[in-house]
Design a protein around this ligand. Structure first.
Ligand code: GLP
Length: 259
């Protein structure tokens, strides 16, 4: 794992946007794996700004999102479809039909999950998968005890995840109890992964992911098995890492490695 610790979230977001631009420049028809959550909002704002400045185009790219709530139609304001439209898709130049999320309103969510996994494979797999991390160590909606070999499927959300995500829902509206999510093996298949985590509330999960054992109890720890995984942190999210000084030495302020 490449651990980049940036001075603050703003610097970290710029570094992540640079990596996405490099990956898209290196491969004309990039397949992006996209994520949702508060962490991604400034990153998408940065990508939109670069697009408006003529520095970044999505015209030849495709995308697959990690997950979607079961029971929310794409047009529901709290669906991840709506989130992606609001923060990215409405403002950049993806070709029609080039972006995909699981359909949370599909009559048979299990069949929808299987079909989504097949669509990713048919597109040739994901080149760069973006990830956030839940406070309990989840990635996508792979909650603790998710199989390390899991594929896209329906997962029941933990109460802590529903409570953390309740802030995005209107008062009196409950977050759904289930989601369709790419599995951990689906995520590991991506040719490169880029996980972002900011703030002290993520520090315990970040520590468990990077320095703990590979364990289904911390689903993000499976990234220790990936050959090209980069983790971009701010100081607060990195604060509990035992080898923090070492990561700084290798990549001072998130810079490329010293030779
Ligand atoms: C949700 C998403 C995850 C995301 C997590 C953290 O549970 N399914 O993909 O990483 O939230 O979100 P935030 O960035 O808001 O902390």
């Amino acid at each position: 794992m490449k651990i980049l610790i940036l001075p603050d979230q703003g610097d970290a977001t710029i570094r992540a946007a640079d990596m996405i631009c490099e990956s898209m420049a290196a491969r004309a028809r990039t397949v992006l794996g996209l994520a949702t959550g508060g962490t991604m909002e400034p990153l998408y704002a940065e990508l939109v700004a670069r697009h408006r400045q003529g520095r970044l185009t999505f015209a030849d790219a495709r995308s697959f999102n990690l997950d979607e709530y079961v029971g929310l139609a794409p047009r529901h304001p709290q669906s991840y479809h709506s989130y992606m439209h609001r923060h990215l898709f409405a403002h950049v130049d993806f070709a029609p039909g080039a972006t995909a999320l699981p359909d949370g309103s599909a009559p048979d969510p299990d069949a929808e999950a299987d079909a989504y996994e097949a669509r990713i494979a048919a597109a040739g797999g994901i080149d760069l998968q973006l990830l956030g991390i839940g406070r309990n160590g989840h990635i996508g909606f792979n909650e603790p005890t998710s199989s390390l070999c899991s594929r896209t499927r329906v997962k029941t959300l933990t109460e802590s995840t529903r409570a953390a995500n309740a802030r995005f829902f209107a008062e009196g509206e409950e977050p759904p109890t289930c989601a369709i999510t790419m599995g951990l093996a689906t995520i590991l298949d991506a040719r490169q992964v880029l996980l972002l985590a900011f703030g002290a509330e993520k520090a315990p999960a970040v520590r468990a992911m990077i320095e703990g054992p590979v364990s289904a109890f911390t689903p993000a720890s499976v990234l220790q098995m990936h050959r090209r995984a980069t983790v971009i942190l701010d100081q607060a999210a990195a604060s509990m890492l035992e080898l923090r000084e070492y990561y700084h030495t290798v990549h001072p302020d998130g810079a490329p490695a010293l030779v």
